[in-house]
Design a protein around this ligand. Structure first.
Ligand SMILES: NCc1[nH]cc(CCC(=O)O)c1CC(=O)O
Length: 307
């Protein structure tokens, strides 16, 4: 039995909240266990002056954390599942997926109470192609302006008047106890979330059995089925969270209902579909839905973006 676990974490307020949440869960499960945080800065935290879709590179926010796991400085890394690439470096793997927080996107504004309330020409901040393509599709009259930085930075930029409204993940705002900032939880029909949004996952060394065993109680079954289907779709589309891909699964008894879409960055084309099937086929459902989207034109949109 291990007596100490070191958690590698980014130092944004949200990342620290998530790492501390896992620390608290482990400490309450195992009173004799010491849990320490190892704070680190990633490339994604450093490059703040260019749009994320231009910097490219999957795993911008996880590479440094993974290096710490591989050389033994840390035992686990806590991630937002929507930022975790599909493939792990040799020797590492996903240990568990924890219970999902609200997966929706949040509409945040000081003047306006909802997306519908925004006047023509209003400036909306987001750096996510997924959010901007869905917004443009429904509201071609809005002006979408890039917005980078952690949650606090984005809120400050809006407060300073650079944007009339911004879109953030509801989960992040709830975790940071900024629920009063949420003017509207945008329904999935209006802004389909990113695969994995709202769920935390824990990565560790694939052969570290003692750590894997400690983590077992943190696994959340329903979330795992849902996020497995979503990630399979992303993987088949070869998409990271910087791609204009949205997907969202819910569980109805033993049946998964997975919705997915790929939009063109200009907001003029959107290919969307959905699929239902038994939860034991979560992965296959994601792959099948991805292939349907590809055959209906998503391949053309994605080729243009990835080239
Ligand atoms: N893209 C960064 C990121 N990664 C995870 C979250 C929020 C928390 C979550 O989805 O679990 C955010 C912030 C946001 O999109 O507003």
């Amino acid at each position: 039995m291990k007596d100490k676990i070191v958690i590698a974490t980014r130092e944004s307020q949200l990342a620290l909240w998530q790492a501390n949440n896992v620390k608290a869960q482990l400490e309450s499960l195992y009173p004799d266990l010491t849990v320490e945080l190892l704070g680190m800065t990633t490339k994604g935290d450093q490059i703040l002056d260019s749009p994320l879709s231009k910097i490219g590179g999957k795993g911008l926010f996880v590479k440094e954390l993974e290096a710490a796991l591989l050389d033994g400085r840390a035992d686990i890394a806590v991630h937002s599942m929507k930022d975790v690439p599909m493939a792990f470096p040799e020797g590492l793997g996903l240990a568990v997926i924890c219970e999902r927080e609200d997966p929706s996107d949040a509409f945040v504004s000081n003047q306006y109470s909802s997306l519908d309330d925004l006047p023509a020409g209003a400036v909306v901040g987001t750096s996510s192609l997924r959010r901007s393509c869905q917004l443009k599709m429904q509201r071609p009259d809005l002006i979408i302006k890039d917005l980078r930085g952690n949650v606090n930075t984005r809120l400050r930029k809006m407060d300073e008047g650079e944007y009339d409204a911004i879109i953030l993940a509801t989960a992040g705002l709830l975790r940071l106890e900024m629920q009063e900032r949420i003017r509207q939880k945008i329904p999935a029909e209006v802004s389909l979330p990113a695969g994995g949004q709202g769920a935390m996952g824990i990565e560790c060394r694939a052969d570290d059995r003692p750590t894997l065993e400690l983590l077992v109680p943190l696994q959340h079954e329903e979330t795992t089925y849902r996020v497995t289907a979503e990630r399979a779709l992303n993987e088949r589309l070869n998409g990271g969270c910087q791609a204009p891909i949205a997907c969202f699964a819910i569980l109805q008894q033993d049946e998964i209902w997975l919705r997915g879409l790929v939009g063109s960055p200009d907001g003029k084309t959107m290919i969307q579909s959905d699929i239902r099937g038994h939860k034991d086929n979560a992965k296959q459902l994601g792959v099948t839905l991805a292939e349907e989207l590809l055959s209906r034109g998503a391949n053309t949109i994605l080729d243009a973006i990835y080239q």
